[in-house]
Design a protein around this ligand. Structure first.
Ligand code: NAD
Length: 286
């Protein structure tokens, strides 16, 4: 029977460290600030924002919501981002995606200052993730996966890692982050020919496909570490991951639940990035 990996425990431990860091910054008169930009009112975005605001307030980060109407033009959006880039009380900017069709992500993603780009929207930061260069911001979700592995002392060097999903928000950056840590990484996707053959070889299996309970017991090797990034709702409206948790936990070595796994760590990683952005600004100004 697998050990259940608690994302909440990881998040709490990280939170404590961040609270101490913010206390130190505040004693020097600095309050880290995050601006979350939301165009429209998508319920999933609002729910994520609520969680992030709660987390930031617990840690002592000033988190403000910049909510723009759904019909905001690309020009207006860019002008708002430029204002936030200039705003000295804002250290991190998070743009909620997807943006409405009237705003081209491909055009506006270059506008956000890379120094404030705490969730890796700007390709400058993505390039750093891909090349393994230090000093940028990786996306919060793959960073949360790394936090979990590190907290539980799960070594990556030489390990066979299989990631199901190749999106730019999860699978692809995560594969590069793990490669940097010397794992042997296989990325699977919808055109992978024999998915079960690939996944069952994994010592560390990451599911990030967005398909409810698609990873079945016969697709997982005995003793594998199984990290479930998926957030789905089953036919009864119950939240579940990409992994068939009840069955897979019988043979995995470690497994993250949904909810209570990766998702619980993401907003704390966001806070961590805001604090780092704040420190980077202080260092830059000397
Ligand atoms: P996406 O739809 O952009 O990408 C899914 C990827 O999975 C694609 O590359 C696709 O090729 C692959 N895929 C889909 N079905 C597959 C199948 N049957 N076999 C093999 N590969 C398959 O999704 P995303 O934005 O990367 O998100 C993935 C999941 O992670 C979603 O459930 C999402 O809700 C969740 N998510 C969680 C967090 C968090 O904080 N925990 C954050 C972001 C996304």
């Amino acid at each position: 029977m697998a050990d259940i990996v608690s994302g909440k425990e990881v998040a709490e431990a990280l939170k404590q460290k961040l609270v101490d860091e913010v206390d130190e910054l505040k004693s020097n008169g600095i309050i880290p600030g995050l601006a979350i930009v939301l165009v429209g009112d998508r319920p999933d975005s609002l729910s994520y924002i609520k969680g992030a605001q709660k987390r930031c307030s617990e840690i002592g980060i000033d988190c403000r919501l910049v909510q723009l109407p759904a019909d905001t033009s690309e020009e207006e959006f860019v002008s708002r981002i430029r204002q936030l880039n200039q705003d000295r009380s804002v250290h991190g900017i998070l743009v909620m995606r997807p943006l409405p069709a009237t705003i081209s992500e491909d055009r506006v993603k270059y506008e956000i200052s890379p120094l404030k780009d705490v969730d890796c929207f700007n390709p400058v930061n993505m390039a750093k993730v891909m090349s393994g260069e230090e000093g940028g911001f990786a996306p919060c979700t793959p960073s949360a996966v790394m936090e979990i592995l590190d907290y539980y002392g799960i070594e990556l060097t030489g390990k066979r890692v299989v990631i199901v999903g190749r999106s730019m928000v999860v699978g692809r950056p995560l594969s590069m982050m793990m490669l940097k840590r010397h794992a042997t990484v296989t990325i699977c996707h919808t055109r992978t020919v024999d998915l079960a053959k690939e996944t069952s070889r994994a010592e560390i299996l990451v599911a990030a496909a967005g398909k409810a309970r698609m990873i079945k017991k016969d697709m997982v090797g005995s003793g594998a570490v199984v990290i479930d990034v998926g957030i789905n709702f089953d036919e009864n409206g119950k939240m579940c991951g990409d992994v068939d948790f009840e069955a897979v936990k019988e043979l995995a070595g470690k497994i993250t639940p949904v909810p209570g796994g990766v998702g619980s760590v993401t907003s704390t990683v966001l806070a961590k990035h805001v604090i780092r952005a704040c420190r980077m600004l202080i260092d830059q100004e000397g």
